[in-house]
Design a protein. Structure first.
Length: 268
């Protein structure tokens, strides 16, 4: 196993990893960057070994870092040991953790999605905030939901912000990307219940609906909600009561409430 000590930002491997902060760089490299010992350890637990592993001298002493080094070495991955300053430059965070790694971007086509993996899924239309995506995926992990299907012009699920917010759930849950038309065709190929979250139309209180497996909870855009033609594709529309002056909830909060309630009903 070879570990290369790096003390210059001009190192070509560090420079290539830095490009993964950009969507174009990720697309060209076919890889994304994950930061943090916990996230990388979650990846390893899910059977994902990094193509490149970077850690600081201090982080190297941690037994979980040692496990990552051993797995990366066995897979002939590139392994770099560097300084906290260069780790900060790589991750773009002042308080950067001591471990970062690059992983291949997986196939996100609907054809690769294993819908039998769970009776509960999230679908998001034009989800723009990568932090909301990561939180929603993390909640899928907590509830045992299969993952998130992103439609149309949603955020990049492999951006640094999305990976960070997912807290490792990106490696334990499934992610797919498609257009609305592709999703509706795929969904109706097998039995499924599509439940949309909406504030108007033929909505019922989310506690009054009879959730049935497999259930796909459909969340609209953070600002505009589900488009009318997408809402018309739903088997049911549900709403959360708003008792204050706000007219809507954060989409990740709404998804969390619905996921836990649907889980309770599906298991009840």
């Amino acid at each position: 196993m070879r570990i290369t000590d790096v003390s210059s930002p001009a190192n070509p491997v560090l420079k290539s990893l830095k490009t993964l902060a950009d969507k174009r760089g990720r697309r060209e490299a076919g890889q994304f960057l994950a930061e943090g010992l916990r996230v990388c350890t979650e990846a390893l637990a899910a059977g994902q070994v990094p193509t490149t592993l970077v850690f600081t001298f201090e982080a190297e002493r941690h037994p979980l870092t040692q496990a990552l080094i051993t797995a990366a070495g066995a897979a002939n991955a590139t392994i770099l040991r560097t300084t906290p300053d260069l780790m900060q430059r790589l991750t773009g965070k002042d308080n950067a953790q001591g471990v970062a790694a690059a992983y291949p971007i997986p196939d996100t086509s609907l054809a690769r999605l294993d819908r039998s993996a769970s009776n509960l899924w999230l679908v998001a239309e034009n989800l723009k905030d990568p932090g909301n995506f990561g939180t929603m995926l993390r909640t899928c992990d907590a509830t045992g939901a299969g993952g998130v299907i992103l439609l149309d012009q949603s955020c990049d699920p492999f951006s640094v912000e999305a990976v960070r917010a997912s807290m490792g759930a990106l490696f334990s849950r499934q992610v797919a990307r498609a257009t609305g038309a592709e999703f509706f065709t795929w969904l109706r190929q097998s039995p499924a219940q599509l439940v949309g979250a909406a504030l108007a139309g033929r909505t019922v209180d989310y506690r009054a609906h009879a959730y049935a497996p497999p259930c796909f909870l459909f969340m609209g855009n953070e600002q505009s909600g589900l488009p009318p033609d997408y809402a018309a594709q739903c088997d049911a529309l549900v709403k959360l009561p708003m008792h204050g002056t706000a007219d809507s909830l954060n989409v990740a909060v709404c998804a969390g409430v619905l996921l836990y309630h649907a889980l309770d009903r599906l298991n009840g």
